[in-house]
Design a protein around this ligand. Structure first.
Ligand code: CDP
Length: 224
């Protein structure tokens, strides 16, 4: 029996570019599994904070990640059977996720967990290094982005929608800082894979962005 080739669509890009929403919709439309790799870094930031491990302590963070008891259940993230879905979406944990994500030992500790999401009939994986490091052979890679101002506006609206405190200027500053940290880190920096399609979403609706990705996937399938 031959091993089936599992189609993977990678969607990478900076914070608040809308890639999570687009990736989830593409996965639903195609009936594929979905990997929100950013959630893993958020869970690690949350779990280490609970254990009083500093976000600068690379080895202790990697150890903590190796022993995580995490379950993704529908829309919920359970850590030791406790629902932490909302706790990992705060701005403090967003900052923590970006700080822990610079550590190579942590990134290495999370590789197998991410590969385990790749199951038939297919996977849509969203993050920073999906197309460059985790799934370098993915047949369809998208780099989804928008200007810092557009992304800050989106994050602002998103937080207001969730009744969370939001300040546009501090969000803009925070996004710029996180972009810089993601792009300039030594381990798996945020960069567009050479074979990725660039999708700038400043003037696109979510439906149009989803359509773009699905079309690229269908075209690739036809030519395979
Ligand atoms: O929601 P947002 O786009 O701001 O962030 P996220 O996708 O949930 O990721 C949280 C943080 O994890 C990012 O700021 C990145 O620093 C980091 N990350 C990463 O380094 N590699 C990934 N594959 C995914 C996220």
């Amino acid at each position: 029996m031959t091993t089936p080739i599992i189609p993977v669509i990678t969607i990478d890009g900076p914070s608040a570019s809308g890639k999570g929403t687009v990736a989830q919709l593409v996965a639903t439309q195609l009936g594929f599994h979905y990997l929100d790799s950013g959630a893993l870094y958020r869970i690690v930031a949350f779990a280490t904070q609970q254990k009083n491990i500093a976000w600068s302590n690379a080895l202790a963070i990697a150890d903590c990640a190796k022993s995580l008891n995490v379950v993704f259940k529908n829309e919920q993230v359970l850590l030791d059977n406790i629902d932490i879905s909302n706790e990992i979406r705060t701005e403090a944990i967003s900052k923590g996720a970006s700080e822990v994500a610079v550590h190579a030992p942590l990134r290495a500790a999370l590789v197998d967990m991410q590969h385990a999401f790749c199951k038939t009939p297919g996977l849509v994986a969203d993050g920073r290094d999906m197309g460059t490091v985790i799934f370098p052979h993915a047949p369809v890679k998208i780099f989804l982005t928008a200007t810092t101002e557009t992304r800050a506006k989106r994050r602002y609206q998103q937080l207001l929608g969730k009744n969370q405190p939001a300040n546009y200027d501090s969000i803009l500053k925070d996004l710029a800082e996180r972009d810089a940290r993601d792009k300039n880190r030594a381990s798996a920096p945020l960069t567009m894979a050479k074979d990725a399609f660039l999708l700038e979403t400043d003037h696109l609706s979510i439906a149009e962005a989803v359509e773009f990705v699905i079309t690229k996937y269908k075209n690739n399938k036809k030519s395979a």
